[in-house]
Ligand binder design. Structure first.
Ligand code: BES
Ligand code: MN
Ligand code: ZN
Length: 495
């Protein structure tokens, strides 16, 4: 997809389609009003027939509006003017693109950058515009025997930026948006791929591909390497599956050699049945999304490399399946982690923390400036925050602010959860140093407490993305979150 920014009058755009907004109550946006005036009030007259009220995300396609140069005009509903904010802007753009892709328009000029969005500047609107367009265009149909709409007319999107000059800042925003969008698409594709195809071995191959494409180093640690390192917790999870586990290590060197890297650690459960503590059958297919943390690490590294960020990043993915089987771990089993601490596995379904704890110990050999782990870790975070905010836990207040701000800039928001010592008491075992689960109050916090026992000497952030990484229902699929947050976090660190 090609993106441009361009000034000029909306009605003079020689393009397949001009996209303009309509607020609720049939109120024309400024660009829509300009088209209306140019067309001798034809646009306003059509709207007054009542085919579009302006409800957010609704659209109306018009052909041959008098005295406008383009072939089509797409009206998109913006909702109530005083409620219009970042999410509305993204929703309107996304809806516009979904309508555009059903038309034959090869090029569209989108005139929504003029809308005030909660004080956001022009560059933000362009970057988010690119992300919203890519979101609207996204399909995962490579596994359908007859992809429903292989023909895709839309090739070029122009963001109309009023009468101002096309700025270098605009081009920069497009490049940033495209890099992040590519990272998001990679994360969505990996997430959507089913467990029979997206295995730990497949993820390892994808990492090698990514390394080759960008020229960064990729190491894959095999089962025997994990045994040598003493990763008893990671290996315990892998035992139930015939698929060999992989510890994927990616080293992007954009910064000075020797500069401390940012470490990203992504949970890579290519399928989570729960193991012997097996999950109910209902919606279990969605546990193919249990590698979305890993996918977001891949996506963030892809985006960082595309942006050529002057920073070192090490990405670590413990990849395995969690399966029941004759050799699978049993409730009550006790294993030694790489850190030396022993864990009583009371629930084999709390496997994410088991693979992460060894990866978090391993990553310390890189002497990282900061470690961010990303994991679809608990159902409890979905109960707490739903599908809007990612749950964020952090052992350093300044770092917590940095992450929250990156999420705000990226419009990929996180919300801080407590990591108070008081919660640590829930992890008590009569037989090992501690168990992998507590008595099930505040499960998301207890999971973070478990991880904190492996990161005490590090500035560390834990992102629980169980609610934000994927959607259920009619829109079932991976979202690509929190690639945008991570990309902004890395960009902030690099500058
Ligand atoms: N992968 C799941 C968490 C999850 C749940 C992700 C729902 C997405 C949607 C994780 O491995 C898990 O099973 N967690 C358990 C932990 C519990 C046993 C303490 C959970 O949340 O139920
Ligand atoms: Mn589980
Ligand atoms: Zn899991």
């Amino acid at each position: 997809m090609e993106f441009r920014v361009k000034g000029g009058s909306p009605w003079k755009q020689r393009t397949g389609c001009v996209v303009v907004g309509l607020y609720e109550g049939r109120k024309l946006s400024p660009a829509a009003a300009a088209l209306d005036a140019a067309s001798g009030q034809a646009l306003g007259a059509i709207v007054q027939r009542g085919d579009l009220e302006g409800e957010l995300g609704t659209t109306l396609l018009l052909h041959d509006v008098p005295d406008v140069a383009c072939e089509r005009v797409l009206l998109v509903g913006l909702g109530r003017k005083r409620d219009f904010h970042e999410t509305s802007y993204r929703t309107a753009l996304c809806a516009a693109v979904k309508a555009l892709r059903t038309t034959g328009a090869g090029e569209a000029t989108i005139c929504l950058n003029e809308l005030p969005v909660n004080g956001r500047d022009g560059a933000w609107k362009i970057e988010q515009g690119v992300l919203a367009v890519m979101e609207g265009l996204y399909r995962f149909d490579s596994l359908k025997s007859k992809p429903p709409d292989a023909k895709r007319a839309l090739k070029k999107v122009v963001f109309h930026v009023g009468d101002g000059p096309e700025t270098a800042a605009g081009e920069e925003a497009i490049a940033r948006g495209q890099a992040i969008a590519e990272g998001v698409v990679l994360a969505r594709d990996l997430g959507n791929l089913p467990g029979n195809l997206c295995t730990p071995t497949y993820l390892a191959d994808q990492a090698r591909e990514l390394g080759k494409r960008h020229g960064f180093k990729v190491k894959i640690l095999e089962k025997k390497d994990l045994e040598k390192l003493g990763m008893g917790a990671f290996l315990a999870v892998a035992r139930g599956s015939p698929q060999p586990p992989k510890l994927i290590v990616m080293e992007y060197q954009g910064g000075a050699s020797g500069a401390q890297p940012v470490a990203l650690v992504g949970k890579g459960l290519t399928f989570d049945t729960g193991g012997i503590s097996i999950k109910p059958a209902h919606e279990m297919d969605e546990m193919k999304f249990d590698m979305c943390g890993a996918a977001s690490v891949f996506g963030a590294m892809h985006a960082a490399a595309l942006m050529k960020l002057p920073i070192n990043v090490v990405g670590i993915v413990p990849a395995t399946e969690n399966m029941p089987g004759g050799d699978a771990i049993k409730p009550g089993d006790i294993v030694a982690t790489m850190s030396g601490q022993t864990v009583e596995i009371l629930d084999t379904d709390a496997e994410g923390r088991l693979v992460l704890c060894d990866a978090l110990t391993y990553v310390q050999k890189y002497k990282p400036a900061v470690v961010v782990d990303v994991a679809t870790l608990t159902g409890a975070i979905v109960t707490a925050l739903g599908h809007i905010a990612t749950g964020m836990f952090c052992n350093d207040d300044a770092l917590a602010r940095e992450v929250l701000e990156a999420g705000e800039r990226a419009w990929d928001r996180a919300w801080r959860m407590p990591l108070w010592n008081d919660y640590q008491d829930a992890l008590k075992s009569n037989f090992a140093d501690f168990p992998n689960v507590g008595p099930h109050a505040a499960d998301a916090v207890i999971a973070a407490c478990f991880l904190s026992r492996f990161t005490a000497r590090l500035p560390w952030v834990h992102l629980d993305i169980a609610g934000t990484a994927s959607r259920s229902g009619a829109d079932k699929g991976a979202t690509g979150r929190p690639v945008a947050l991570l990309a902004h976090f890395l960009a902030g660190r690099a500058s």
